[in-house]
Design a protein around this ligand. Structure first.
Ligand code: GLN
Length: 283
């Protein structure tokens, strides 16, 4: 079987499922089964495939057709230029979240310029660790810790710390900041913020992230109501909280920050133009 025939078989299988991009998905899965990158697969359509690759390719097509994401099947997802390990226990890193990283980096630079010493960063609801670990990879001078409620997610974050930073970082299992020790200059979080009633419609569109990573309670703001006051109590003077939000949650989350003593708040859009991040600074 040639590459072209295998891709055409893949497209036929995936068209029947929820994939919005059957050709791209089939190319990525075929390249992974063959252990090469997708450009080299696509550059030689007439090449004969090693039959040993076909079994793995067909297995991954079946998983994709049944709704599993390409990222989870491949076990990795690129985020901010680095490859993170992902499993079905974590939210798959999304480009939207790069907005949270960009604001986090700006705060690290602002705080770092204002005084000597390492900037202390904590990433709550860390999941794969993609936000916190990217901040530490981009600004190696900062001190990072992570937390998450899910033991399985913590396992993934620890492996990513080794993969991305080449070292371990302190990880606190537990709910939001309840079991985290220390005082921080920057707290980041991409908490679950989807209103519970909307999750089935996301699932119908092919979103397969863990329920725990999405469910923000009746109005989606449940986690922010607890996280914002906790963070206010743990930030050093002049420190900042930067959180990812759902569209249209900006005003509500900045209101929560004001009520908890944050003196300056701002709302930032993602590249698609939707409200995506709220930043609050302590006086
Ligand atoms: N952006 C995700 C979605 O809409 C939600 C992520 C989250 O709840 N933190 O599927």
């Amino acid at each position: 079987m040639t590459v072209r025939e295998a891709l055409s078989e893949g497209v036929t299988v995936l068209r029947r499922g929820i994939s919005g991009s059957p050709f791209l998905d089939a190319s990525l899965l075929l390249a992974a089964a063959a252990g090469v990158d997708s450009t080299s697969i696509l550059s030689d359509h007439l090449r004969d495939l090693d039959p040993a690759w076909l079994g793995a390719y067909r297995d991954s097509l079946a998983r994709r057709a049944s709704g599993e994401s390409v990222a989870v099947i491949l076990g990795r997802k690129e985020f901010y230029g680095r490859d993170f390990l992902v499993t079905r226990d974590v939210l798959v890193p999304r480009p939207d979240t790069e907005t949270l990283v960009a604001e986090g980096l700006r705060e690290i630079d602002r705080i770092g310029a204002s005084r000597p010493g390492a900037v202390r960063v904590h990433d709550a609801c860390t999941g794969s660790g993609c936000v916190g670990l990217t901040l530490a990879a981009e600004r190696p001078g900062c001190e990072l810790s992570l937390s998450d409620l899910s033991p399985a997610a913590i396992g993934v974050a620890r492996r990513n710390a080794e993969l991305i930073l080449g070292r371990s970082v302190p990880v606190f299992p537990g709910d939001l900041l309840s079991d985290v020790t220390g005082t921080f200059d920057l707290v980041t979080a991409n908490p679950p913020y989807v209103a519970s009633a909307l999750i089935p419609s996301l699932a119908a569109c092919g979103v397969r992230d863990p329920y725990l990573a999405l469910d923000g309670g009746a109005d989606g703001l449940g986690l922010f109501r607890r996280l914002v006051p906790q963070a206010a109590g743990r930030l050093a003077p002049g420190g900042a909280l930067v959180v990812e939000i759902g569209e249209e949650q900006g005003a509500a989350v900045s209101g929560l920050m004001k009520a908890s003593g944050f003196s300056e708040t701002s709302i930032w859009n993602d590249l698609a133009g939707s409200e995506r991040v709220v930043l609050g600074r302590m006086p």
